[in-house]
Design a protein around this ligand. Structure first.
Ligand SMILES: C[S@@+](CC[C@H](N)C(=O)[O-])C[C@H]1O[C@@H](n2cnc3c(N)ncnc32)[C@H](O)[C@@H]1O
Length: 269
């Protein structure tokens, strides 16, 4: 039987993802040898509200230039390249999905950011860095795949310097019942682990974090009409064939209060 980590990696692995993204970029009229972070934003920000969610969290964090950041669950690297390009950060990314790390590295080279961002295959539950290595730990929409949440937060705390900050976004369990699946992070319940907001806050506090800013990002108002077909360049390239159902479930899960979302900055005690 596959371990939870293998099941998560299998869920996210598309196969030939780098080639697929480059082909879509060409189709969208981009020069794939000289890409900008804005060219990539429709495909490399793998979380709700895309680039705007990253901009919002970076604003809350307001990192000084040249700070050392660890992006845990860095995906194909949109948030880390944004922090490097727009805020001057040096970012190490780790991710459990080897294909995502390869694609992230390739896209860093094509955006001229290889000096400031690096990616390696690694597990958030055993972060391959020494204690106190980072000024900032950043983790966007990763915890939903992690059952051992206390160990996850303890690892994020361990690799931060004293006084360092955690910038985090999460999908939370809502009061409306279990989420309809598939969702972007899971096709079945064996790799989906949402917690309610109060439990999340209590676990972060128990790990040694104090809240500096906490924003409820749950969408309000009527859901937009689901798109009929995806554009050439979009998250469907990462989500795969279930894309249309995943989009529909996202709207339903929020409308039925089955999921909520938050973004926050916390300080390591
Ligand atoms: C929804 S994607 C978000 C990617 C990225 N943070 C972003 O916002 O663009 C979730 C990511 O978490 C990674 N992940 C899940 N469990 C992990 C673990 N235990 N350790 C490291 N990465 C993990 C997945 O491989 C995937 O890249």
């Amino acid at each position: 039987m596959a371990s939870a980590k293998q099941a998560v990696e299998r869920h996210y692995t598309r196969g030939r993802l780098g080639e697929t993204i480059l082909a879509a970029l060409k189709q969208a009229g981009k020069d794939v040898d000289h890409l900008t972070i804005d060219d990539l934003a429709p495909v490399d920000e793998f979380h709700g509200r895309g680039r705007s969610a990253t901009v919002e969290l970076a604003r809350l964090l307001n990192p000084g230039g040249d700070v050392r950041v660890l992006d845990v669950g860095s995906g194909i690297g949109g948030p880390s390249r944004y922090l490097a390009q727009r805020h001057g950060c040096r970012v190490d990314g780790i991710d459990i999905t080897a294909e995502f790390c390869e694609v992230a590295t390739m896209l860093a080279a094509r955006t001229g950011l290889s000096e400031r961002v690096t990616y390696r295959h690694g597990d958030a539950l055993a972060v391959p860095f020494a204690d106190g290595s980072f000024d900032v730990v950043w983790s966007q929409n990763v915890s939903m795949n992690i059952a051992e949440r206390d160990r996850f937060y303890a690892e994020l705390h361990r690799v931060l310097k004293p006084g360092g900050r955690l910038a985090i976004s999460e999908v939370l369990a809502g009061p409306g019942g279990a989420a309809h699946l598939p969702v972007p992070w899971a096709s079945d319940p064996s790799i989906s682990f949402l917690l309610p907001e109060d439990v999340t806050r209590a676990k972060l506090a128990a790990a040694g974090f104090a809240v500096s800013a906490w924003v409820d990002t749950t969408p309000t108002g009527p859901a937009p009409a689901p798109p009929v077909a995806p554009p050439p360049l979009g998250l469907h390239l990462l989500i795969g064939p279930a894309w249309a159902e995943v989009v529909r479930n996202g709207f339903r899960n929020y409308a039925e209060a089955r999921i909520r979302s938050m973004t926050a900055v916390l300080t390591r005690a």
